[in-house]
Design a binder for this molecule. Structure first.
Ligand SMILES: [Mn+2]
Length: 400
């Protein structure tokens, strides 16, 4: 039995003002081709299907079109879990229709743990594999909040709650394990030592109490993780992995190799794990330097170049003509896809222009960055407590 592990599609993601629909479409084309070529039986998607809780109609259309194409491919089973970006109700809405296509959706935790246990059966109705499809675990799913507790206590309880959840599932499926049926767990969470990029919501990552490999019961043959956008193994283990996002979701991921993970089970044993590199559908490039250097570099770009650029012009001395000259250059080179640029001067000129060129746009800042700027500008004794309270509020907002 061949299984494909992917996560963090983030359908509907925008990079600055561009949507990534073309890139997603090209990824899905490639993935379905790969499914047929490699004869994949089961597809696992570990959370963050959509970038936002209430996706646009065109995002939903792309999702359903892709699922329909998968239903008509070699792959006969699909398991999808909700991530922290996904709304439980959006994910669960088409659940019953998708069940008819052998597609299982676990949008969020329910009262019944068995909803997370999915048996994959062969033509003879024998269970060949069991998947513990754990969605993103929200605070309210696993923890009772107590007034007055500190964020450290809260984090520790969250971590203990996550560990207990996996342990309960392991107990539930232990009979299958005794019958030597392989068991896979899914998860959408942050593990200690994971290397992050700019595009995950960091609130969860701020937790002091982190999960490690030994927190997973050892009856799981493989743990298919989502949430972190760089593909990686955790704690040197081959079988506890993040597949990462299939397309770069921020310029900080511009040099990462994206992948999906192919598992091969033979005679109830995991025989082979292979990471398949996703082709680069859209190159992202960041250029930093003086205006002269940047123009020189962009001058030599090929006519049919479709790279998306992020540009930082850095000059030593203040010169108001730099912006004008750069904008004129961009006017002449309209085919260049410059998504974002900023002009910075090293010398500290005290002029109104300075404020203009140096201030980042509000839309380019994250909520925490805006709050931190505010906190740094006022006199408060205990800034850390205020920042923690803010993170906590954000967390509960994003959880709802
Ligand atoms: Mn994600």
């Amino acid at each position: 039995m061949k299984i494909l592990h992917t996560s963090d599609w983030h359908i509907g993601k925008r990079l600055y003002d561009r949507d990534t629909e073309n890139e997603h479409q090209q990824f899905f084309d490639w993935m379905i081709e790969t499914i047929n070529q490699k004869k994949v039986d089961l597809l696992l998607v570990s959370g963050d299907i959509f970038d936002i809780a209430y996706p646009s109609n065109s995002s939903l259309q792309l999702y359903y079109r892709t699922l329909t194409r998968i239903a008509n491919s070699y792959c006969k089973h699909v398991i999808i879990t909700g991530g922290n970006h996904d709304s439980v109700s959006t994910m669960n809405a088409p659940r019953q229709i998708l069940e008819m296509l052998q597609m299982h959706v676990v949008g969020g935790v329910t009262d019944d743990l068995k909803d997370e246990i999915i048996e994959i059966r062969n033509e003879n109705e024998q269970t060949e594999l069991v998947v513990c499809a754990v969605p993103f675990l929200r605070d309210r799913d696993i923890r009772k909040s107590v007034p007055g507790e500190t964020i450290d206590e809260k984090n520790k309880q969250m971590r203990d709650g996550i560990i207990a959840h996996y342990q309960q599932l392991a107990n539930e499926v232990s009979l299958f394990h005794e019958q030597k049926i392989p068991i896979i767990a899914m998860g959408h969470l942050f593990m200690a030592g994971a290397s992050t990029s700019d595009s995950e919501r960091e609130i969860y990552i701020g937790n002091l109490e982190k999960l490690t490999n030994t927190n997973f019961p050892d009856i799981f043959d493989y743990v298919a993780l989502g949430h972190i956008h760089r593909p990686q193994k955790i704690g040197g283990s081959e079988t506890i992995r993040y597949s990462g996002s299939p397309i770069p979701l921020s310029f900080s991921e511009r040099n990462d190799t994206k992948e999906i993970v192919l598992l091969d089970f033979q005679n109830n044993k995991l025989q082979n794990i292979e990471s398949l590199h996703v082709p680069v559908f859209r190159k992202l490039m960041q250029i930093k330097g003086t205006l002269a250097k940047i123009i020189l570099k962009l001058e030599s770009v090929a006519e049919d170049d479709n790279t998306w650029y992020e540009i930082f012009v850095q000059e030593k001395e203040y010169d108001p003509t730099v912006i004008q000259r750069f904008e004129r250059f961009m006017d002449e080179k309209k085919q260049l896809e410059i998504l974002h640029y900023r002009v910075l001067f090293e010398s500290n000129q005290q002029s109104i222009n300075d404020l203009y060129v140096d201030a980042p746009l509000l839309k380019d800042l994250k909520e925490t960055e805006v709050f931190e700027r505010l906190i740094e500008s006022v006199k408060i004794d205990d800034k850390n407590t205020i920042k923690e309270a803010f993170s906590e509020l954000l967390l509960s907002m994003n959880d709802s």
